[in-house]
Design a protein around this ligand. Structure first.
Ligand SMILES: Nc1nc2c(ncn2[C@@H]2O[C@H](COP(=O)(O)OP(=O)(O)O)[C@@H](O)[C@H]2O)c(=O)[nH]1
Ligand SMILES: [Mg+2]
Length: 238
């Protein structure tokens, strides 16, 4: 099967981490899925993310770099990449590639029967080969409990940065997206449900990267407010 795959990577000040992630993607895709494109969406970085990606693109025709003038948020960056992608399948992955790319094949398999496939770090069978710090673990649990309280127990992990979509369904979801920062993942799941798509949760193996771009206090507060907005707009999970 000739598979056409787009990998969308949102990147905000990722000059230090993105090269190694892109190299891993390149060696895997060249071998396993040669019909692919990688779209890095620079989210108004102030470091040398763009230069790093453009340098790699010089001898890698599958790599493209889209640039947002100002920092718009992870959700907006992904939306930009998804709406510019050409693949039949779209994988959205974080720049640190905490979920190794080799798991893509399990996601594609689940994609044969579901339109949206989301990674889960907390589903039975998930493995943290490099576990997060206690602080990140506690904050993750608090956020998960908060989402369950406000929206109901819909999904085991809404925030995993590894999600696969079929192309048309991804466009339908992302063109409706209104939440542009980290809580966008939750709106994606609402939209997928409303559009009648089936969603698979696939346990992932993940290596926590302690270098996060997330600013714990301001980003968490913004997320909490956005979850409330979604609750009042759409009600609880179905
Ligand atoms: N913090 C932050 N990350 C962004 C933004 N826009 C895009 N991103 C990307 O979103 C992803 C977040 O992943 P990461 O920093 O590893 O977060 P964590 O794994 O939840 O700690 C990375 O690929 C970032 O580069 C933004 O405005 N803020
Ligand atoms: Mg990360």
């Amino acid at each position: 099967m000739l598979l056409s795959l787009s990998i969308v990577i949102p990147a905000f000040n990722e000059a230090m981490r993105i090269k190694s992630s892109l190299n891993q993607i390149r060696s895997f895709c060249d071998r396993a899925h040669p019909s692919y494109e990688v779209i890095v969406v620079d989210d108004g970085s102030s470091d040398s993310t763009v230069e790093t990606v453009l340098e790699m693109a010089k001898n890698w025709k599958n790599l493209r770099c889209l640039r947002l003038e100002n920092n718009m948020g992870k959700g907006y960056a992904i939306r930009t990449g998804v709406l510019k992608s050409h693949g039949d399948w779209i994988l959205c992955a974080d720049a640190d590639l905490a979920m190794p790319i080799e798991q893509l094949d399990a996601f594609l398999l689940a994609g044969e029967t579901h339109q949206v496939v989301i990674g889960s770090r907390f589903h039975h069978g998930a493995i943290a080969s490099k576990p997060p710090s206690i602080l990140r673990k506690v904050l993750g649990r608090i956020f998960h409990a908060y989402v369950a309280l406000i929206l109901g127990r819909g999904f085991s992990d809404t925030q995993c940065g590894f999600k696969l979509y079929r192309d048309q369904e991804a466009v339908e979801i992302f063109k409706r997206l209104t939440i542009h920062r980290f809580a966008f993942d939750i709106e994606v799941l609402y939209l997928a449900q409303q559009l009648g798509y089936s969603i698979a949760e696939v346990p992932v193996t993940w290596n926590n990267d302690s270098r996060s771009t997330v600013r714990i206090l301001p980003d968490s507060l913004k997320m909490a407010v956005d979850v409330l907005k979604l609750r009042f707009r759409h009600g609880r999970w179905r």
